[in-house]
Design a protein around this ligand. Structure first.
Ligand code: SF4
Ligand code: SF4
Length: 305
C-alpha cells in the first residue's frame, strides 16, 4: 500500500487534491481510499486528508501514522505545531512542500526529516489562473507524479473531481493543462517503503462514566471561559416557578451554555453570571415552569432604557 498524507489550510484544496489522487489511482487499476479530517474548522485552519492505494484491499482507515509521501499545500504549516506535520515522518518519507524555495532552503528552515522536494504551485496558479486558491488539481498532479501514477488517469481524475464540484469544462481543461505542467516540473524522488517499527505503541483509554451533571459540556468545565460573564448579554432572564417544575431535567439538557445545574431535588439552578438569556430553556420546559422576566437595572427595564 502507498500512503499519502496531505496538509493544507481550510479552503486551499488539500481535500480535493487527495480525491484527485485517489481517483487517479483507482483509474490506474489500484484499490484506493481517500478521506479528509477536519473539525469545526474555518477557512485557513490546518486540515489533513489521506489517500491510500495498493493492489490488495485496504483495511486501514482513519489517520495515517506512517505516510510514504507528505504533501504540504502551504509552507506556513511547517511552523505550525497544530498541523502535526511531522507525525510519522522518517528519513524515507518524501516531503513535498508547495514553495518556490529550493529543498535545501526548506530544510534549513525546518527540522523535519524526510526527503524534501518543492515546487511553487501557488505561483503557478497565480500565473495561469490569477487565483492562489486554484491549486487542488496542481497538488493532485504533483502527488500523482511523486506516487508514480501516469498522466492519463490523472487527467481523467481531474475532470471527474472538478466536474463533481461544478467547475465549468473550459476551466477543467485549463486545470488539466497546468496540472500536467506541474506533473512534469516537480523533481521526482525514488519511492522507498517506509520502514515501520516492529511494534507500534498503542495506548488505550478507558472511558469513564460520568453522571449527566458532569458529562455535559459546562461553562465551568476546564478550558471554558468561565471568566467571560455572558450574563451581561441578557435582556430577559429565565426564572423558575418551582411548583410547576416536575424535575424532568430537559432545561439542563437544552441549555447550550451548560449554565443550568440540577440540585438534589431535581430542580434547576441557573448560573446567572453566565446565562446569556437565549430563552431556549423557557421554550423547551414542558410544564412552563420557566418564565422569561425582563432584566431590570435600578428598577428600569433594559429594553426600555
Ligand atoms: S436562557 Fe439560555 S443560557 Fe440561560 S439558562 Fe436558559 S438556555 Fe441556558
Ligand atoms: S424543563 Fe421545566 S419541568 Fe423540566 S426540570 Fe427544567 S424547569 Fe423543571
Amino acid at each position: 500500500m502507498y500512503a499519502v498524507r496531505f496538509h493544507g489550510r481550510g479552503g486551499q484544496g488539500a481535500k480535493t487534491a487527495s480525491r484527485i489522487l485517489g481517483t487517479a489511482a483507482f483509474l490506474s487499476g489500484y484499490q484506493a481510499q481517500d478521506s479528509p479530517i477536519y473539525g469545526a474548522e474555518r477557512r485557513g485552519a490546518p486540515v489533513s486528508a489521506f489517500t491510500r492505494f495498493g493492489r490488495e484491499p485496504i483495511r486501514e482507515r482513519g489517520g495515517m501514522a506512517h505516510p510514504d509521501l507528505v504533501v504540504v499545500a502551504d509552507a506556513s504549516l511547517l511552523e505550525d505545531p497544530a498541523a502535526r506535520l511531522s507525525d510519522g515522518i522518517t528519513e524515507q518519507t518524501i516531503l513535498f512542500v508547495n514553495s518556490p524555495l529550493h529543498a535545501e532552503q526548506i530544510r534549513a528552515q525546518s527540522a523535519l526529516p524526510g526527503r524534501i522536494t518543492t515546487l511553487g504551485v501557488t505561483e503557478i496558479a497565480l500565473q495561469h489562473f490569477g487565483q492562489r486558491e486554484a491549486i487542488s488539481a496542481l497538488l493532485g498532479a504533483v502527488a500523482a507524479r511523486l506516487a508514480g501514477l501516469q498522466q492519463e488517469p490523472l487527467r481523467q481524475a481531474i475532470a471527474r473531481e472538478l466536474g463533481d464540484l461544478g467547475v465549468a469544462p473550459p476551466i477543467i481543461e485549463r486545470n488539466q493543462t497546468v496540472a500536467l505542467m506541474c506533473y512534469e516540473s516537480v523533481q521526482v524522488m525514488a519511492r522507498e517503503s517506509v520502514a515501520l517499527p516492529a511494534t507500534i505503541a498503542t495506548t488505550f483509554h478507558t472511558p469513564v462514566y460520568e453522571s449527566p451533571s458532569r458529562g455535559t459540556a459546562r461553562i465551568s468545565a476546564t478550558g471554558n471561559s468561565v471568566l467571560r460573564e455572558t450574563g451581561g448579554w441578557r435582556t430577559f432572564r429565565p426564572v423558575l416557578v418551582a411548583d410547576k417544575c416536575n424535575g424532568c431535567w430537559l432545561c439542563f439538557v437544552y441549555c447550550p451554555d451548560g449554565v443550568i445545574s440540577m440540585n438534589t431535588d431535581d430542580r434547576p439552578v441557573i448560573d446567572y453570571d453566565h446565562c446569556k438569556g437565549c430563552q431556549i430553556c423557557v421554550h423547551e420546559c414542558p410544564t412552563h415552569a420557566l418564565v422569561a422576566e425582563r432584566e431590570q437595572e435600578g428598577g428600569v427595564a433594559w429594553t426600555a432604557r
